[in-house]
Write a protein that binds this ligand. Structure first.
Ligand SMILES: [Zn+2]
Length: 352
């Protein structure tokens, strides 16, 4: 039985864009239905920079960020939950109302009243966190905590978009537009699902990485729709749009979709862009949005990581201790890394 600490380190993101604060905070006790988790690792991704920029609105700051995390349960509020103690868990970042019809139907990523860890409530840039047990996914047998952490977002997000939303089937052609943290993993997931994968990006390093992750064909986004369609062999069934910076890529994603194509938007570009009904009708296109992922998606991708079908090596290469969270976000903004994983175990010498 692990001793329950009284305080733990956490990183607070202030509302004014000021420097992150590294603080010691009291550790909460878990109530009935909750668990106290010692965080092992937490990924740092574009959403954390978006949070810092005020993208989630004024109510989201100040906040302890961190929504892609792995840990070990060290205490539970209810004796019937004792079997969780000592288990490695992946943390599902969304908690909806217990009576949500969406949650009951397995769509817990949408619906009214959802609260996102690291956005609406404090997250896992911390040594300890209390979470509802129904947001935990047991990892059996335990895996590298950094791999578990990044799988919960960097793999689960494109997995959800391609399976639950895009309906990608073996034998179809998938085009992935944008080859960052989400897109690069969409490439390897599409390959695993049996699709022919066309990776569309800019920059030779990202295109080379996409080939390593299983892309059959690569194309430059600046080549234009016709060239990309030709490179794909004439028909693209599913397009995943992962570039958030402007609407040019939203438009390109629609332009390259073939007959009965499904265009799935996953990047948060904020501006309007024009679409004509006739082009949707002629090609019988579906335009779809994909939001996050479900618990089931995390279970699926963890099984694929455990079996070796999916890799996280390119995502877990850069690791820093919790107290270097600011440097991790700076690296991300500079485009120096796809992700950094904060590893809390490196702080254990501080006397937890
Ligand atoms: Zn993330």
């Amino acid at each position: 039985m692990t001793a329950i600490p009284t305080t733990g380190a956490a990183v607070v993101m202030p509302p004014d864009g000021g420097p992150l604060q590294f603080v010691q905070r009291p550790v909460d006790s878990p109530a009935a239905g909750e668990a106290l988790i010692r965080i092992q690792a937490c990924g740092v991704c574009g959403s954390d920079a978006f949070l810092q920029d005020g993208g989630f609105g004024p109510a989201s700051l100040p906040r302890v960020p961190g929504h892609e995390a792995a840990g070990v349960v060290i205490a539970v509020g209810d004796p019937t939950d004792e079997p969780w103690v000592g288990r490695q868990v992946a943390l599902y970042y969304i908690e909806g109302p217990p009576d949500s019809a969406w949650g009951r139907a397995g769509h817990e990523n949408v619906g009214p009243g959802i609260r996102r860890m690291g956005v609406d409530v404090d997250g896992a840039f911390a040594e300890y966190i209390v979470r509802s047990i129904r947001t935990l996914i047991a990892v059996e047998p335990p895996l590298d905590p950094a791999a578990v952490a990044v799988a919960t977002d960097a793999l689960a997000t494109p997995y959800h978009a391609l399976t639950a939303v895009g309906g990608l089937a073996a034998g179809e052609t998938l085009a992935v537009v944008g080859l960052g943290g989400i897109g690069s993993n969409a490439v390897q997931i599409g390959r695993h699902l049996g699709a022919t994968v066309v990776a569309v990006g800019r920059g030779e390093a990202k295109l080379a990485q996409a080939r390593e992750l299983g892309a059959h064909v690569t194309a430059h986004s600046s080549d234009g729709a016709e060239a990309i369609i030709a490179a794909a062999g004439g028909q693209i069934d599913v397009v995943l749009q992962c570039v958030g910076e402007n609407t040019a890529m939203d438009r390109l994603a629609i332009d390259i979709a073939g007959y009965r194509g499904r265009v799935v938007f996953i990047a948060v570009s904020q501006e309007d862009f024009p679409v004509r009904a006739t082009e949707l009708i002629w090609r019988e296109l579906s335009l779809k949005g994909s939001r996050g992922f479900t618990r089931r998606d995390i279970e699926d991708v963890l099984a694929l990581v455990a079996s070796g079908a999916l890799t996280t090596d390119h995502l877990t290469r850069h690791r820093r201790p919790l107290r270097e969270a600011a440097e991790a976000i700076a690296d991300l903004r500079a485009g120096a890394v796809l992700r950094t994983v904060l590893t809390m175990d490196q702080n254990e010498g501080d006397g937890q």
